[in-house]
Design a protein around this ligand. Structure first.
Ligand SMILES: [Zn+2]
Length: 78
């Protein structure tokens, strides 16, 4: 399961280990052994790591780049 959150400055990315400063957004993904699951260990992703994992992407809207986190995929369908 994925949740998009806003950092209050106390969050660390579990992938690149950097601090995520307020008011940057980050993503929490339930994972087990590196695989996304319905309920597992909560892994924190900064925006860059989320982009690399294809958990997030930028979309262009009226000349602006807007960050969107992909909504929760239907895990059962795979
Ligand atoms: Zn990161």
């Amino acid at each position: 399961m994925r949740r998009g959150c806003m950092s209050l400055g106390e969050v660390k990315c579990d992938i690149c280990k950097r601090n995520i400063p307020y008011p940057e957004r980050y993503l929490v993904v339930d994972e087990e052994g590196g695989v996304e699951v319905e309920k597992g260990e909560a892994v924190h992703y900064c925006i860059e790591c989320a982009l690399q994992k294809n958990y997030a992407r930028y979309k262009e809207e009226k000349g602006e780049r807007i960050l969107t986190f992909f909504s929760e995929p239907n895990i059962a369908s795979e």
